[in-house]
Design a binder for this molecule. Structure first.
Ligand SMILES: Cc1ncc(COP(=O)(O)O)c(C=O)c1O
Length: 456
């Protein structure tokens, strides 16, 4: 099958989605309300999900490698979560007051995550990172925030600044405000490149007197699934500790990767941790927590000295019940099994690149994987864009459509990535690897014609 035939077959299989996408575009920009990830020709519309499968309105089934953007750590309609939600719905969906599930969930998180002495709940990861930044400023009395050039921490002015691969490319380190923001945040943010300890030391020492916090994902996820090199996080921790800078680990995505998050896996304890996505059992959530002396800033028992924060749905009992169940079900054994399936997937897909003779590799850890059009290791977010540009738009899109056509749902981005939930079996992993192999075989002739640099 060549590229044109693949597109034709895909259009044939997704006719109802095409029709609904037309209607959706009339009432929502781009036909969706979720975010900015999109691959042409249109979004498919989902009917329902079950286990590790998604079903679209045309009746096609897909192995779900998006899991609602890392939210569904146990796949769709996981029976223990469905039961706990059904139970809680009967008791009420919101009170704006503490409930037992909330207390039990806070206790559970504080027991399993090394840095957490106290925690607070909000409704999204973006609120969590915004709050952690505010906590650091309130605690230190300083303004400036250090962040990785190319890192993403949520949909607010600082979280989005120079996100998803960096605004200007390698070496520039210049904050560029997102369109529509007022731009004042560029005076507050100091950028540093990921995985470069010596550069980090230079930059921290230059600005140390003004820095409130350094925020970093212990492994970069939305900008490339890039693990830290050995010793890097140790340097980050040592420098921040020495200079009294609040270290925030953004574990909004990564907390469920290991029992106590990546901080436990790498053995580095930050001052504050932000969480979200998977810890909510499929419902909207954000949380941040850490050292008691910082978290107590929010204690309303302190009267006027307390930091103001109102989160209408933060800690709502439905999310608390679902989240507590999801995390309790995420045992050491379950994590180990899922992560070894993750290894099988990454190894298998890497093998496909070399079997078919195309330059490329799969990065990631635990349940996350990312497809790069380059076999050079990707060690920072700039390298993700550099690898992506090795393939033209047509080839990138054909890979994505070929995987969808064969029943694998990846993140709809020009540089596709994914994650697996705990309910996949070995046969599902092999199905993804086969789909990858068939798709690359299909499009090899297009690659040879349009991007021969990718042939080994
Ligand atoms: C690392 C990281 N931090 C924060 C967020 C923001 O979370 P939310 O979309 O729930 O606001 C995201 C979302 O993708 C993320 O990837």
């Amino acid at each position: 099958m060549n590229g044109e035939q693949l597109l034709e077959k895909y259009l044939e299989k997704t006719k109802t989605s095409a029709k609904l996408a037309q209607e959706a575009r009339r009432v929502m920009p781009g036909g969706d309300t979720h975010g900015h990830f999109y691959n042409p020709p249109y979004h498919i519309t989902i009917d329902h999900g079950n286990g590790c499968y998604l079903y679209d309105v045309d009746g096609n089934a897909y192995i779900d490698c998006v899991n609602a953007y890392f939210v569904l750590i146990h796949g769709h309609c996981f029976p223990p979560i469905v039961e706990s939600l059904a139970e809680q719905i009967k008791r009420g969906t919101g009170f704006g007051m503490p409930t037992e599930p909330q207390i039990l969930f806070a206790q559970h998180l504080c027991e399993r995550v090394p840095s957490l002495e106290e925690v607070r709940f909000v409704s999204s990861g973006s609120e969590a990172t915004a709050m952690a930044i505010r906590a650091a400023r309130a605690f230190t009395g300083k303004r400036k925030i250090m962040k990785v050039d190319g890192g993403y921490h949520g949909t607010h002015n600082i979280g989005e600044l120079n996100s998803f691969g960096g605004a200007l490319g390698r070496g520039e380190l210049k904050p560029m405000p997102e369109i529509g923001t007022n731009g004042s945040e560029i005076n507050d943010v100091i950028l540093f490149p990921f995985n470069e300890p010596e550069r980090l030391k230079e930059i921290v020492l230059k600005y140390s007197e003004d820095i409130a916090a350094l925020i970093i994902e212990p492994m970069i996820i939305p900008s490339g699934a890039i693990p830290p090199e050995p010793g890097y996080l140790e340097t980050v921790r040592d420098m921040t500790e020495e200079l009294g800078i609040v270290l925030i680990f953004d574990e909004v995505v990564t907390l469920p990767f290991y029992y106590g998050g990546l901080q436990e896996y790498y053995g580095i304890t930050p001052d504050l941790t932000t969480m979200g996505k998977g810890i909510g059992g499929g419902l909207p959530i954000g949380a941040w927590g850490g050292k008691r002396e910082i978290m107590e800033l929010w204690n309303p028992e302190k009267g006027e000295d307390a930091v103001v924060m109102v989160s209408t749905s933060g800690g709502n009992p439905l999310t608390m019940a679902a989240g507590l169940t999801a995390m309790k079900q995420l045992t050491h054994e379950v994590i180990e099994r899922r992560n070894s399936l993750g290894d099988r997937l990454r190894d298998g897909m890497n093998q496909v690149f070399s079997n078919i003779g195309i330059h490329g590799h799969i990065s990631g850890l635990a349940n996350a994987f990312w497809i790069h059009w380059s076999d050079k290791p990707v060690r920072d977010p700039y390298a993700v864009g550099e690898a992506m540009s090795q393939a033209n738009e047509n080839i990138r899109n054909l890979l994505f459509l070929g995987m969808r056509y064969r029943g694998v749902y990846l993140f709809p981005t020009p540089s596709p990535f994914g994650n697996i939930s705990t309910v996949l079996q070995e046969k599902d992993i092999d199905l993804i690897i086969n789909a990858f192999s068939e798709t690359l075989t299909d499009i090899k002739s297009v690659i040879a014609e349009e991007c021969p640099n990718l042939l080994q």
